[in-house]
Design a protein around this ligand. Sequence first.
Ligand SMILES: [Zn+2]
Ligand SMILES: [Zn+2]
Length: 333
Amino acid sequence: MNKYRILLYYKFIDIEDSEEFTKEHLKLCKDIGLKGRILIAHEGINGTVSGTVDQTERYMNELKLDNRFRDMIFKVDEANEHAFKKMYVRHKESIITLLPEDDVNPNEKVGKYLKPKEFYRMLQREDVIIVDGRNDYEYDIGHFRGAIRPNVSNFKEFPKWIDDNLSEYKNKKVLTYCTGGIRCEKLTGVLLDHGFDDVYHLEGGIVTYGKDTEVRGKLWDGKCYVFDERISVKINNTNEDIVIAKCTHCGEESDRYINCTNDDCHKQHICCEKCEKEQEGFCSDNCRQYILEHPERDARLRLKEKANMYKRYNQNHEKAKEVISKLNKNYSA
Ligand SMILES: [Zn+2]
Ligand SMILES: [Zn+2]
């Protein structure tokens, strides 16, 4: 039995007292002992948190006591540990941000929802285009077969990208998908605003699709990028599961993202285990050179400090073991 869980959820609903609610909500989460990131705005709530089974259970129950969130859908992943280091609850202008002139309200305008099985069928039609509703670096480690790669690194860039790249497809059906479904709530509205008439999105997102017992992630290639310490999760649970990304250094198949050892770069890049060791986690020779000149910006110092702290206090939990073994394995040089 896994002792931890990760919850992913959102809801677009008027939160009148959103600033006050944010404060109360942070207190609730801290009292329970959860970790994660929650955004709250006048338009709703968008969260991903981790905690023990008891903690996450208590949180879901508490949230559902509030009439506004009674029908909240939680996507639940089993885990062996927390997926976050801290608990943030932040008040924002919006929970999924577009430029003000592009913004849409999913409660007024939204595409048609498709269940995993319906989405799977639609993926195979001739008269559709499949548009990945995420960022380019998410697409690169995994996506639905045949999906168009959006050349965006921020959700705000989508409306312009759609105008520049998709105009010729206005007579097609458009299928969109994203990690948990929230981005498509707005993306489909944007597509409708930009002259597409037949717009669909995957209900519950990629993670729900992977858990569906009938489709089991079919037609998904690679891994699904997630915004927590796991970095990516498996979706295709059939024997068609493949790796599609390549190591930045050697070009071998890999879907491991690591952060550059240069703290002033910190670039997330795909790197196989062998190259991580050989390149000491640097994304480039420039970054290696930079650290020779600025040794205090070496991420390994932080790792060493952490490992020493764990050793000093004789800590032996999963996280401590991981940090110590990472230090020994990759950076023993
Ligand atoms: Zn490599
Ligand atoms: Zn770098």
